[in-house]
Write a protein that binds this ligand. Structure first.
Ligand code: ADP
Ligand code: MG
Length: 464
């Protein structure tokens, strides 16, 4: 979808040119969620500005959907920008318009009909959890809420790509976490997301791809962040998020979780099921902490860069091999699929009926299950000691073991393994954390596959 080829952006200066971005190359596939990280001044915004054709590279090429955007004429630039939604650190809302009107205005400008706007805006504000703030003006909203309006506005015209340039830069850890969750959700529904951030390595906790910039150069491109890479600030964010879990459950988050499934073009694992309670916040509340943490993050990052570059190369090689394997497996399997798909449809219809009846019951059950599961998972992540009853102790033991067990240890077919890996499931714990409903969303998995996978998870659990 996006290709940067040896892109350089330099600005003339008195002594020698300033290289805001220097010889950067990377690709982003449709449907990816990519974090663009790096300290202030490392070139993140410059990259983004080039991508939305606000500025043109001094050297190199940028392709968007296979078109060289560096050569676009004015009209093409307008068309190009329509395909991209952007949000910024300072929200850029229109102060005279309320939340509803801010979103509606963007749709009007894009030529959408009144009827469409009336129907769509409440839906968008619902997605970002602001149904009850529809008629509030920006000055009546907290930082996090303003950013939610900005997100609703950015996705109002169904962009292919959502760019967020330091969207959490002005927010406290809780609101930052909420924003990242919403972006992740939007990404799950098929929109490619590129989010820049300096220092907020919540990134790694989401196991998304991380491109790291330093002094205008790309110094790291990690396909999946890991817990080990968590920096201090992220830990703080995570801890805040898990503290919230034991408090009141956030209705907003639940609503978001249950948005219409037909919108989903693509599914990615929801790594951690955290519920964080939305809070009203004063802006800049923790500016001090952020500065301090940044310094720390930068220090650690510098040390890590060298090691990571090595790792990176290795990881890329491995990923490539893995991809090749998945491709091979997929092409071999397409024939069976048609028949199976038809059967599935019938079955699915039956199930929907059944589901309606049992939905209420299930909801209650799930709430309870989730509470326990989430609590345990979060405590494990935060490395805090936790008082557990006998049942929970067993669950914890199981999850510990599951975390160490690769899915290849289960008795699954090559195709099943391939599909799961593509859905970014690595360990049995990933599968357990996601749950069958989430796993079902992995493309190319048939009902039979799902049954087999569920059975294997059950076997694993009962043998542990
Ligand atoms: P980031 O978004 O990572 O904080 P930027 O992309 O905004 O970094 O800036 C990268 C570098 O390019 C900085 O050193 C900045 O001073 C420089 N730069 C950005 N825009 C210009 C400009 N218009 N003229 C001169 N230098 C610029
Ligand atoms: Mg910037």
């Amino acid at each position: 979808m996006i290709q940067f080829l040896s892109v350089t952006k330099s600005y003339p200066a008195a002594e020698e040119n300033i290289f805001a971005v220097e010889d950067v190359s990377f690709e982003i596939e449709e449907g990816e969620f990519v974090f663009l990280v790096g300290p202030s001044g490392s070139g993140k915004t410059t990259l983004i500005k080039m991508l939305i054709r606000e500025i043109i590279p001094s050297e190199g090429k940028i392709f968007f959907n296979d078109e060289d955007i560096t050569r676009f004429k004015r009209q093409q630039v307008y068309m190009h920008r329509r395909k991209i939604g952007v949000i910024f650190q300072d929200f850029k809302l229109i102060p005279e318009l309320n939340a509803y009107e801010n979103v509606a205005f963007a749709m009007e400008v894009a030529g959408r009909s009144e009827a469409e706007i009336k129907e769509h805006v409440p839906y968008l504000l619902d997605i970002v959890g602001l149904s009850n703030r529809m008629h509030f003006f920006p000055r009546q909203l907290s930082g996090g809420e303003k950013q939610r309006v900005a997100i609703a506005r950015a996705i109002s015209n169904n962009p292919d790509l959502l760019i967020a340039d330091e969207p959490t830069g002005n927010l406290d850890p809780e609101s930052a976490w909420d924003i990242v969750q919403i972006l992740s959700k939007i990404n799950n529904w098929g929109t490619t997301v590129l989010m820049s951030t300096h220092g907020f390595d919540i990134v790694n906790s989401l196991h998304k791809r991380v491109i790291k910039m330093q002094d205008g150069k790309m110094v790291r491109d990690v396909m999946k962040g890991t817990y080990e890479e968590l920096d201090d600030f992220s830990l703080k964010v995570m801890t805040k998020a898990s503290e919230k879990t034991s408090e009141v459950k956030d209705e907003t988050e639940t609503e978001i979780e249950e948005k219409p499934k037909e919108n989903k073009k693509k599914t990615i694992k929801t790594t951690l099921k955290r519920k964080s309670k939305k809070v009203e916040v004063e802006e800049d509340e923790d500016a001090d902490a952020t500065e301090e943490d940044e310094a720390l993050v930068e220090e650690i990052d510098e040390e890590e860069t060298e090691i990571n570059e090595e790792d990176n190369k290795k990881e890329k090689k491995e990923d490539k091999a893995e991809e090749d394997e998945i491709e091979e497996v997929e092409s071999a399997d397409t024939e069976d699929q048609d028949v199976e798909e038809q059967e599935e449809e019938v079955e699915e219809k039956k199930e929907t009926k059944k589901k309606k009846v049992t939905k209420k019951e299930k909801e209650i059950e799930e709430e309870e299950d989730k509470d326990i599961e989430a609590k345990i998972l979060e405590k494990i992540d935060s490395d805090e000691p936790i008082e557990l009853d006998e049942d929970s102790k067993n669950t914890k033991k199981l999850l510990d073991k599951a975390k160490k067990t690769k899915i290849s240890k289960l008795d699954l077919s090559r195709k099943e393994l391939g599909a799961l890996k593509e859905g970014r499931y690595e360990t049995v714990a990933d599968l357990i954390e996601a749950g069958v409903d989430e796993i079902k969303k992995v493309k190319s998995l048939t009902k039979t596959n799902i049954k087999n996978i569920s059975k294997e998870i059950e076997n694993f659990a009962s043998n542990s």
